[in-house]
Design a protein around this ligand. Structure first.
Ligand code: 0O2
Length: 221
């Protein structure tokens, strides 16, 4: 009898996780097409790296406990938005908004939540743009709308977040005060670097435009 009871639960859990895997495949394809199109139209691909992951069952359980929600797949589906995660890294802050705009323009993607930790960094200095989107996934018994968390950040933001994540785990969520202070300073330096890079890029684009016009004029002459 025990096996009889467990089997449907196992099937339900596998299907639950499968939906997230399929949603990630869908969104990966969309990003990939977007990259190719931008590369073709603008001769510049703003996306440097795309990483996807499905949250491990242990990590989902940890979040269920920390949020104090019941262990029900329906509740988990509603309350935990980052079971499927995509992280897009790019070079410039402007690229982040460009990618997010282009993604959200797609008719079949619905935005559930939008957190701008770039405009409003977290207390510890964390910066990134988070989109929670719903992606339709075709299953054998119909369409499921699956939540996917998309994190879009610059290389500098990503560099900072990876180290902070390591420290957070190393110190078991209690980063010593002096290290937290230095991390905040490092986050500020990363933000300054991002601004500087953005300015240099604009300058380069402006001078490209001027030399383009000069070349056009010379050709006319
Ligand atoms: P992992 O290992 O990346 O999966 P909410 O559900 O809105 O109540 P939640 O889920 O904390 O709150 O949402 P939020 O703020 O959007 O954060 C979700 C994910 O963003 C985290 O997932 C991290 O990946 C990243 N993140 C958020 N804040 C920080 C931060 O201060 N430092 C770093 N390094 N990453 C952050 P997980 O599940 O925490 O981790």
């Amino acid at each position: 009898t025990q096996l009889k009871e467990i089997k449907p639960l196992k099937t339900e859990l596998s299907k639950f996780m499968m939906c997230y895997k399929f949603a990630l495949k869908e969104i990966e394809t969309k990003i990939n097409q977007l990259e190719q199109e931008l590369e073709y139209v603008n001769e510049y691909n703003p996306v440097k790296q795309v990483v996807t992951r499905v949250k491990s069952p242990q990590s989902i359980l940890r979040k269920v406990n920390s949020k104090g929600i019941p262990f029900s797949l329906d509740v988990i589906r509603e309350e935990i938005h980052d079971i499927a995660g995509v992280r897009i890294t790019c070079l410039f802050t402007d690229d982040i908004y460009e990618i997010s705009r282009k993604l959200l323009m797609q008719k079949d993607i619905k935005v559930v939540d939008y957190k701008n930790y770039i405009k409003y960094p977290k207390q510890n200095g964390y910066r990134s743009l988070h989109l929670i989107i719903q992606v339709p996934v075709l299953m054998s018994d119909g369409i499921e709308y699956v939540n996917v968390e998309v994190q879009i950040r610059t290389v500098a933001m990503d560099y900072w977040a990876s180290l902070e994540h390591k420290l957070y785990n190393k110190y078991n969520k209690e980063i010593p005060f002096h290290i937290a202070l230095e991390l905040r300073e490092a986050a500020h330096s990363a933000a300054v670097l991002d601004e500087k890079m953005e300015r240099l890029r604009l300058e380069m684009e402006e001078s490209d435009e001027i030399s383009g016009t000069e070349a056009d004029l010379l050709e006319l002459w």
